[in-house]
Design a binder for this molecule. Structure first.
Ligand code: G3H
Ligand code: ZN
Length: 286
């Protein structure tokens, strides 16, 4: 069923695993992720960036597609449709009214007080509709769709500010930027685990780790042990599907039917998501 992220993340935090947010770009991504979650008996979060929603035909179309697939596949695991990096109150409201069960308001580029005021407003509307909210402080480097943060701008969140934001806004989960990056890492990630521990102890809410592509398993496990209950993965599935399509076309240069090469893409995404779900420890937790 379609649910908010609240219960699934609180359960994950209490039991020591993380729920994956896997971003969707089209029908095949959505099919692959829902099937992987159902087969693994895992809760799952479908991440939808504003750019991806635009590509697919808008928030309402995304909600209809997800609902239809849940019904068609008889999905019984908890599924959340979550606006990823919501850029404004208006976009969050639009997503909520279209039927999203969760939103992220990304006010991380604003000064603290403005971020808090904006997040608070979104929480008020969202909670009225039973929708969960994620907020962010600090700046996650790299690029995801419209969101570009260069190395100089990337910044680690300050624990006391995180505490203030969570306390004053009532968000359900929180993403402190601690050195993770959108897209592939240049070298090994350098995550601020000391601060993660502090933020966890101060705020108590489930923490979110963005930039899940390319983080080694020992860092994933450490993050989970420090209160991370949601891990976002986008690029890894894009690369897996891209490689599958390239391989398929190289081996079958005349097969122009999109159902052929997109089946290869969908299979690759499904396998990648299953691997992540196992790595995050959420198999059999639905
Ligand atoms: O918000 C989405 C994620 O943080 C995805 O990051 O593309 O590096 O896996 P990624
Ligand atoms: Zn992100």
């Amino acid at each position: 069923p379609l649910v908010s992220m609240k219960e699934m993340l609180e359960k994950g935090k209490a039991e020591g695993y993380a729920v994956g947010q896997f971003n969707i770009n089209n029908l095949e991504f959505t099919q692959a992720i829902l099937q992987a979650a159902q087969e693994e008996k895992s809760p799952v979060i479908l991440g939808v960036s504003e750019g991806a929603a635009r590509y697919m035909g808008g928030f309402k179309l995304v909600v209809s597609m997800v609902k239809a697939l849940i019904e068609e596949y008889k999905v019984t695991v908890p599924v959340a449709i979550h606006l990823d990096h919501g850029s404004s109150y208006q976009k969050c409201a639009e997503a909520i009214h279209a039927g999203f069960t969760s939103v992220m308001i990304d006010g991380s580029h604003f000064p603290l007080e403005e971020n808090i005021a904006l997040t608070k407003k979104v929480v008020e509307l969202a909670h009225f509709h039973g929708v969960s909210v994620e907020a962010e402080l600090g700046r996650i480097g790299g690029q995801e769709d419209d969101l570009v943060v260069d190395d100089a701008e990337a910044a680690y969140a300050i624990p006391s500010e995180c505490d203030q934001l969570v306390r004053e806004t009532g968000v359900d989960c929180f993403a402190p930027a601690l050195g993770s990056v959108h897209g592939p890492y240049k070298g090994e990630p350098n995550l601020g685990f000391d601060r993660m521990k502090e933020v966890n102890e101060l705020t108590g809410v489930p923490l979110v780790l963005h930039g899940g592509t390319g983080i080694p398993t020992h860092d994933i496990q450490k993050a989970i042990s420090l209160g991370t209950a949601k891990i976002n993965v986008n690029t890894e599935n894009q690369i897996a599907s891209f490689n599958a399509v390239k391989e398929y076309i190289a081996a079958n240069p005349d097969k122009y039917d999109p159902r052929k090469y997109l089946t290869a893409a969908r299979d690759a995404i499904k396998e990648t998501v299953k691997g992540k779900i196992r790595e995050f420890g959420s198999s059999n937790k639905a």
